[in-house]
Design a protein around this ligand. Structure first.
Ligand code: 5AD
Length: 352
């Protein structure tokens, strides 16, 4: 698929043509990664952030939210619940908390590994190579860092003070032996169809093992939420932040990167709590990341309004499994290492 074809698909409005796209992506998903849906337990370990990303409610300038950092006992309590629910991967996510000592994360990784043989994924933002090496040596397996947009000018505008280039950082993280994920927001003000096509081609070029994309959801407490017109392109070029655009992105991603892991994201479920996960699974996705943070902290990790997992109860963990089965898929029993990563390092691939 070349750039022009991608742009045409992103602009496609004909529902029959889109159905064809989703069906093709679904077949490619089945052939390459199978029917199993991998569940990852997500713990939001800190909402403290020293960065000022224009789209995110956790930005340092937001004085309205209560800031927290989880104690070890809260992390372990979440990990124990993940074990009960049968999750084999723990994802540690945080605001970019530069005031935290990286050794805090090292201790958490080791503690998780001592509970059970979990895969540990880090989603902690931009850190130095030495820090990522230390975390890898402590036992971390995977790393997520969305590059958000491949348009350098837009990236700089929405990430004031960013010194590192995330694309280069992804290479570094990959060279450390992590299974690496990245992704973008869909419909970010200032994102054109051409830019989004470049983002998709970048996924392929980087050889990512996981690719997460969610619709941009405007948050009124952020500079971007308050002044979108400063960034928005004309109607013909601006990508709309819709559910449908997210599905197109999942489908094209699956076609371009057949063996990668693609999560049905919380953002798409936020736009459509009833069917968002199922729709995403039907057009290329094969991963869901249920939130296992302690319930009393969840409201403080509100990246954007109405984030779906904030109101979920423990029942969600059973419900999501029956929803997966009702969608004609199976709940994975294994760790769900990315097929592309297994091939890269000659590890045996487990499709279940
Ligand atoms: N809308 C949608 N996604 C968002 N993220 C942050 N803020 C928003 C928002 N307003 C996404 C970013 C980040 C991930 C953790 O959450 O892509 O990488």
């Amino acid at each position: 698929m070349d750039r022009e074809q991608i742009i045409n698909l992103l602009r496609e409005c004909d529902s029959e043509k889109l159905k064809e796209l989703y069906t093709r992506a679904d077949e490619i998903r089945k052939q390459n990664v199978g029917d199993a849906v991998h569940l990852r337990g997500l713990i939001e370990i800190s909402n403290i952030c020293t960065r000022g990303c224009l789209y995110c409610n956790l930005h340092a300038g937001n004085k309205k939210i209560h800031r927290y950092r989880l104690e070890m006992q809260d992390v372990i309590e979440s990990v124990n619940r993940a074990k009960i629910h049968g999750y084999k991967t723990i994802v540690l996510q945080a605001g970019e908390d530069r005031s935290a000592d990286p050794a805090w994360i090292t201790d958490i990784i080791k503690a998780i590994k001592s509970v059970d043989d979990f895969a540990v994924t880090l989603s902690l933002g931009e850190w130095e190579e030495d820090v990522y090496r230390m975390w890898k040596n402590a036992g971390a397996d995977r790393c997520l860092l969305r590059f958000e947009t491949s348009d350098e000018e837009l990236f700089r505008k929405i990430h004031p003070g960013s010194k590192t280039h995330r694309l280069e950082m992804l290479d570094v993280i990959m060279s450390l032996g992590y299974e690496v994920g990245s992704g973008v927001m869909v419909g970010l003000p200032g994102q054109s169809f051409d830019t989004l096509a470049d983002d998709l081609l970048m996924f392929k070029k980087l050889g990512l093992h996981m690719i997460g994309a969610g619709p941009y959801i405007a948050e009124p407490n952020t500079p971007l939420g308050q002044n979108p017109e400063k960034f928005m392109l004309d109607e013909d070029n601006q990508v709309p932040p819709t559910e449908e655009m997210a599905y197109k992105v999942y489908a094209i991603t699956r076609i371009l990167c057949p063996e990668t892991n693609i999560p049905a994201t919380t953002a798409v479920a936020t736009l459509n709590p009833e069917r968002g996960y199922e729709n995403a699974l039907a057009c290329g996705a094969n991963v869901i990341m249920p939130n296992i943070s302690p319930a009393r902290f969840r409201e403080y990790y509100s990246l954007y309004p109405k984030k779906v997992c904030i109101s979920e109860t423990e029942k969600f963990h059973d419900k999501i499994k029956s929803r997966i089965v009702a969608a004609g898929r199976t709940v994975a029993a294994g760790r769900g290492d990315s097929v592309s990563f297994c091939h890269q390092i000659n590890r045996e691939v487990k499709y279940v």
